[in-house]
Design a protein around this ligand. Structure first.
Ligand code: APR
Ligand code: PHB
Length: 397
């Protein structure tokens, strides 16, 4: 039997768990992490790569933004396209200088993991948390299994940063929360391609064949997505078919899409999921454990890290001043931003995806929104400030 003792026991070494551990260390609070997967698996998972202003500020504060500053690409705007007409939303000008950076989520996770381990942080890969107990007492415990051996991590608080499939949410007492779900009738087929991006900033596009997104990873790697049906298989999508759909859907007069070798293909379903309580006693949830947003808007990782900010504030108040006030307000402090991001992600999803026949009432409402944003600085500002992420102060009562 392995026995570990710490102050905050963290389940999950994704972005939320790793930001939490590094941030707590900065405040002199002990933490230990348990992660189901191997280090290679976690660091190799290809996911979205949009880092909003708050997240950049947090990584800077933690002194962990050096590689992102060097290798990430700052974007001061985004292109929105509808029926081949393209509009530019300038972030800085509309939000007082706030921007986003394109830098892969797994690169952030890698930077945070390296920093944590370099200074001797405790992190157990390939270790499965099996049960969380006694979270209604002052000494909760995480039961785990590592290399066939059982263990117990005893702590003051459990931070479940264990994603959608983790045990954190399943452990919350059923009657303590309500859940909310939307399953969208479409998915994204995403590709990574070794080709120079055909755009300097991201392009989100509505087209009668369906949504498309042009994102990127570097000067030589592009990341692109097309809307497909939920029951689609990548086997039905040859490289030629993907490039041909992308160039139709992203088209605008005078612009051409560069093609290149596709090195990865995958299908992601689209859903919105929420629970309205992130805490029970000394068990606190953050990130995908508590909420999923559709990827249109790139909020997933940013929201996870925003939850962690509130969690860190609560733990610091507890350990430094013995106050439980911020633990008590944790759920509501986090939920205000989460609902905002749920709304924005849903708004972007509905605006740019094909939901009904081209020319239908729904289509005309989508088009009316786009025509309005072309002429309205106010509407553009709404999109810009949500896209780069509203400052934390905006959510204070
Ligand atoms: N025991 C130990 N670890 C677990 C367990 C378990 N029982 N269950 C899940 N985990 C681990 C997973 O292997 C994963 O590495 O928890 C981690 C959760 O990490 P993420 O899924 O990356 O979740 P989070 O840190 O909240 O980050 C949210 O991820 O899915 C994206 O769009 C999302 O960008 C967002 C980000
Ligand atoms: C990505 O780069 O993978 C990405 C960017 C923006 C999104 C979703 C995904 O909205």
């Amino acid at each position: 039997m392995i026995h570990i003792k710490t102050q905050v026991g963290i389940i999950g070494a994704g972005p939320s768990g790793m930001v939490l551990a590094n941030w707590l260390r900065k405040h002199g609070i002990d933490a230990a992490i348990i992660e189901l997967r191997s280090r290679e698996y976690v660091e190799g998972r290809v996911r979205a790569g949009l880092v909003e202003q708050n997240t950049k500020d947090i990584l800077k504060e933690l002194g962990l933004d050096a590689r992102m500053k060097k290798e990430g690409i700052v974007h001061d705007g985004v292109y929105l396209s509808f029926d081949e007409e393209r509009v530019h939303i300038p972030f800085g000008e509309l939000t007082g200088g706030r921007t986003i950076t394109i830098y892969g989520q797994q690169e952030i996770t890698k930077d945070l993991t390296d920093a944590w381990l370099q200074e001797g942080g405790e992190l157990h890969f390939e270790t499965r948390a099996t049960k969380i107990v006694d979270f209604d007492t002052k000494r909760p415990k995480i039961h785990f299994e590592k290399d066939g051996e059982e263990g117990i991590l005893e702590c003051d608080f459990v931070a479940a940063c264990d994603g959608f499939h983790g045990i954190g949410r399943k452990t919350l007492p059923k009657k303590s929360f309500q859940s909310y779900d939307i399953t969208y009738p479409f998915s994204w087929l995403g590709i990574l391609a070794n080709v120079e991006p055909s755009t300097d900033e991201l392009i989100y596009a509505y087209h009668e064949n369906g949504f498309a997104l042009h994102s990127l990873r570097s000067e030589t790697v592009s990341r692109l997505y097309v809307q497909v049906d939920n029951d689609e298989s990548v086997d039905n999508w040859s490289d030629d078919r993907i490039w041909s759909e992308l160039s139709k859907r992203l088209a605008t007069p005078g612009w051409e899409l560069k093609e290149g070798p596709i090195v990865e293909k995958g299908i992601t379903p689209m859903r919105s999921h929420m629970i309205d309580s992130l805490r029970s006693g000394r068990l606190l949830l953050a990130g995908d454990a508590a909420h999923i947003v559709p990827p249109t808007g790139g909020k997933g990782m940013n929201l996870a890290i925003a939850d962690v900010k509130h969690m860190v504030d609560a733990f610091v108040a507890y350990y430094k001043t013995n106050s439980e006030t911020l633990l008590d307000t944790y759920t509501n402090d986090a939920l205000r931003r989460i609902w905002r991001a749920q709304d924005f992600s849903n708004f972007m999803t509905k605006l740019f995806h094909k939901q009904d026949a081209h020319g239908s009432f729904t289509y005309r409402l989508q088009k009316a929104k786009f025509d309005y944003l072309k002429v309205s600085r106010a509407y553009k500002t709404t999109i810009a400030e949500n896209y780069v992420g509203l400052p934390f102060e905006s959510f204070k009562n």
